[in-house]
Design a protein. Structure first.
Length: 230
């Protein structure tokens, strides 16, 4: 098992009480082979503790940094696991909103599971939207960058960013300045290094989900059926 301790002092200072409550409540009701299982939660005067399934392979972030970039065979398996978890979440009317390599944990047999539900949003129905700014800058969608209402399709965007980072070794909109990164995100200005070989199918999938308009992004249910994934 793994024990996650969340300091009460940090929670109060940053007014994160609702996010901690959301993390516990959401993860309690989830049951999917590609989502890290919450076994129990308890608290004392100093911390809130989450007893979680242990991930022997650590974070996907560490795997990418160690390997520099992943083979398409490995990346497609991990990507399929993550998308499967997201499809399940969305059917539960939950958007994760903070997908990134640090929140994907590796298990035996290169199996991946989605973790960390601190920023998740319970949506009233599958098409509902939120306005809260959250998530990791490299993985934020155009509508979140622009502070527009957003829905579960922010996870579709983030899945595309994750796929790119696995295959290239860095996020697609990384730049020398924050302003340039933001410009590239809001324009979906996706480029890839010419010295890195990426198959046409993988590239097509990346571009199919990294669309400025959420309605133009390939639905995750269809992504699961894509030949490159399946």
């Amino acid at each position: 098992y793994a024990l996650k301790a969340i300091e009460r002092r940090h929670v109060v200072e940053h007014q994160l009480e609702s996010y901690v409550e959301s993390e516990v409540a959401t993860q309690r009701k989830l049951d999917h082979p590609n989502i890290v299982r919450l076994i129990d939660s308890f608290e004392d005067a100093d911390c809130v503790y989450l007893l979680l399934e242990y991930a022997p392979g650590g974070q996907l972030f560490s795997l990418i940094r160690r390997e520099k970039r992943l083979s398409e065979q490995l990346a497609s398996g991990i990507f399929g696991d993550v998308v499967s978890a997201l499809v399940y979440l969305h059917k539960q009317c939950v958007a994760h909103r903070d997908l990134k390599p640090e929140n994907v944990l590796m298990f035996d047999g290169d199996r991946a599971k989605l973790a960390d539900f601190g920023w998740c949003a319970a949506l009233a129905h599958a098409g509902a939207s939120r306005r809260t700014f959250c998530g990791t800058p490299d993985y934020l969608s155009p509508e979140m960058i622009s502070s527009k209402p957003h829905d579960r399709r922010v996870d579709t965007w983030a899945a595309g960013v994750l796929l790119y980072e696995m295959l290239v070794g860095q996020a697609p909109f990384a730049s020398g300045s924050v302003g340039e990164s933001i410009r590239r995100i809001v324009e979906a200005d996706v480029r890839h290094p010419t010295d890195i070989a990426i198959s046409p199918r993988a590239l097509a999938l990346i571009h199919a989900v990294l669309k400025v308009e959420p309605c133009d992004r390939k639905p995750l249910e269809d992504v699961l059926l894509d030949p490159w994934v399946s």
